[in-house]
Structure formats: C-alpha cells, structure tokens
Design a protein around this ligand. Structure first.
Ligand SMILES: NC(=O)c1ccc[n+]([C@@H]2O[C@H](COP(=O)([O-])OP(=O)(O)OC[C@H]3O[C@@H](n4cnc5c(N)ncnc54)[C@H](O)[C@@H]3O)[C@@H](O)[C@H]2O)c1
Length: 335
C-alpha cells in the first residue's frame, strides 16, 4: 500500500507543488488548509482537501483517527516579514502555537515523521556567504524567530517523544510548475519575480528597487532563487530520508548556490517576456541584507538533491508561463 502523507498548507504556493511531487511518486496525499491564503483551484482531485485550521484539535484528532498517516509535511504558516513586525503576536500564535497543536495531534496518533518548512530568515544577517547550516541562527524579525522557535521545539519533541523531523530552510522560492497548471498567487504579492512580471504586464505600478548602493556587483540586493518544484522534490527526499532514521532533527538548506541581483532579475524577466519592466530606485528597506545565498552542499550530499532548474532564466521562464496564462492568478482557473 502507498504511504499516506498529510500536507498542511497544501493549497498554498509551495505546498501545492509538494502535493504534485508526492502524487507523481504514488503517495496517497490528503491536505489540511484553512484557505486563509491558499486556493482551492491549486488542489488536484486526487488529494482530498480538508478545510480545517491545523489548531482545531477536534477535527485534526478525527482526521488522524480515521486513517493512518505515515508522515506530515507542514507548510501552513503566515509568511509576511513586514506583517510579522507589526503583528508579532499573530505570528507567534499562527506559526508557533498552531504548530504545537499540530504536533500534539500527531503525538496522539503516534505519527513521528515531520517535514517542516523553515527558512533562511532563521539565520538573520549573514556573517558569511554562502550560508551553510552551521551559520549562526539570529533572526532579525518575528517571522524568522517564529520559525526558529519551531525548529527548537522539534528538538524537544525528538528528545521527549521520538519525533523524527527535517527542517528545510528555503531561500527564495520562485517559479511555477512546469505544466503551467499551478503557480504563485499571493495577496498581497511581495516576491520580486511575480512583482516584476506583473509590472511588465501593466497589472501593477512600476517596480521599486529598494536600494542600489549596496556592496554588491551592481549595487542591488542579491538573493538565491530556488525553483518551487525543486523545493517540492526536496520534501519527498527528506521524508524518505526520515524513514531510515531514529528520532532527531536534521536541517538542510535549499538553494541553488547562485545569487541573482534585483537588476539581473529585471533583465531576465524582460528577456523572457519581451516586455519592459518599469522600475524606479527607492530607499533601502530596514532589515534587507545585501546578499543571501545558500550553501546547499549538505542537501546534495545527504538527500541526493540537486536543483533541476539551476539557472535564473529557467526559473523565470516557468513563472512567466504561469503569469502569462493566469494574469489574475487562480481567479482565472475553473475547476
Ligand atoms: N515562499 C517562500 O519564498 C518561502 C521561503 C521560506 C520559507 N517558506 C515557508 O514555506 C511555507 C509555505 O510558503 P508559501 O509561500 O507556500 O505560503 P502560502 O501562504 O502560499 O501557503 C501557506 C498555506 O497555509 C495555509 N494556512 C495558513 N495557516 C493555516 C492554518 N492555521 N491551518 C490550515 N492552513 C493554514 C494557507 O491558507 C496557505 O494555503 C511557509 O511555512 C513559509 O513560511 C516560504
């Protein structure tokens, strides 16, 4: 019988791609998503969607009692750095408190395999680049801290209850499924590639470049854009890795190791779309490090993971295909 996996946040951007990756490998998949940010249209028919808050113990206990799950992939979270600074309580409740409720429900059902969406935001300002997993974790905003707290809580659960957990620290998720069927649709959108595409399409006012006087090759910030389907594949590999492991927590960076500047992203979007990206220089934003690039060699070595979309252009091409076909995101989709 195929292993059965529960995906929290499976109607969201990264989660919906992970659902595809699991189904392609013949896993049985069920989704818990409260649709606070997710999209019903992103969920394939083969994966039942339970519109439930992960902290609803009654319904989560009932779900776990109804069927045996072999593991949980946990994407459900609030993900806006700026909002987390304005509303820290909401972030600690959503990302920490609700995750503890989920872990307790899992404990009740004796589910011990857990793959957690962590982030490079747990590192804070880089003391060296590229950043490996031993880089100090000193997050500089409540969003990053909420994710670090969960990593630490997982270590406590591993010691006390035999949890086997993988913390996947993503750098900048980007791109869309190569089929063109699912992609990125956040409200509000804060990520550079969709914003640049929407500016090119005339759907958003011109793009703002926050600072062009950083110590980088062209003065703009450099980030590591990792394709969302590559992230999805890494989740499957991490889950399979946990199967052969005793209790404990392991962390893996997920990035390409290649940094791209804001100007390089704009140029690539212009080349791929054959449109101009209107943009202007704005002041720096507080808390934006000049350069965030992953050292992903541990994931390569231990998970056998290597990004299939290894160039910025290949990532942008899939994003462009999605946005060109769905300029209003999932509002364009009919099930
Ligand atoms: N997108 C990135 O660049 C990035 C980078 C690093 C880490 N991450 C992490 O990856 C995960 C997924 O990110 P994303 O970009 O796909 O976000 P997303 O907002 O698209 O997806 C999150 C999903 O979780 C659901 N959700 C939120 N709270 C819930 C709750 N209490 N109960 C049930 N469902 C709930 C939302 O409806 C949404 O569908 C998050 O944990 C995020 O912190 C994302």
């Amino acid at each position: 019988m195929s292993p059965r996996v529960l995906v929290t946040g499976g109607a969201g951007y990264v989660g919906s791609h992970a659902v595809r990756a699991l189904l392609e490998r013949d896993y049985a998949v069920e989704i818990v998503d409260d649709l606070s940010e997710g999209h019903r249209e992103a969920v394939p028919r083969e994966a039942p969607l339970h519109v439930v808050d992960i902290a609803d113990r009654g319904r989560m206990d009932a779900l776990f009692a109804a069927r045996r799950f072999d593991g949980v992939l946990h994407f459900a979270a609030r993900c806006y750095v700026g909002e987390s600074v304005r509303e820290p309580g909401a972030y600690y409740r959503a990302n920490v408190g609700r995750t503890v409720e989920l872990l307790e429900a899992m404990r009740g059902a004796n589910i011990t395999a857990f793959v957690f969406s962590s982030t490079c935001a747990t590192y804070g300002d880089p003391v060296r680049v590229p950043m490996d997993e031993e880089h100090p974790q000193r997050p500089i905003n409540p969003y990053g801290r909420s994710k670090l707290f969960v990593e630490q809580i997982l270590a406590d659960y591993a010691r006390a209850h035999g949890l086997r957990a993988a913390c996947l620290r993503y750098f900048n998720a980007a791109g869309a499924h190569p089929s063109g069927a699912i992609g990125e649709h956040h409200e509000p959108e804060t990520h550079l590639i969709p914003l640049a595409i929407q500016a090119a399409q005339g759907l958003k006012p011109g793009l703002q470049i926050f600072g062009d006087d950083y110590q980088t090759r062209d003065g703009t910030c450099v980030r590591d854009y990792v394709h969302v389907s590559d992230l999805a594949d890494a989740h499957v590999l991490a889950l399979e890795k946990l199967a052969g492991h005793e209790s404990g927590v392991r962390a893996w960076n997920l990035g390409t190791g290649i940094g791209s500047s804001v100007r390089e992203v704009i140029r690539t979007v212009e080349e791929v779309s054959a449109l101009r990206v209107p943009h202007r220089i704005a002041p720096r934003r507080a808390g934006d490090p000049p350069e965030l690039v992953a050292d992903g060699s541990r994931a390569a070595r231990e998970l056998g993971w290597s990004p299939r979309f290894a160039t910025l252009r290949s990532v942008v091409e899939t994003a462009w295909a999605w946005h060109r076909a769905h300029p209003r995101g999932y509002a364009e989709c009919l099930r």
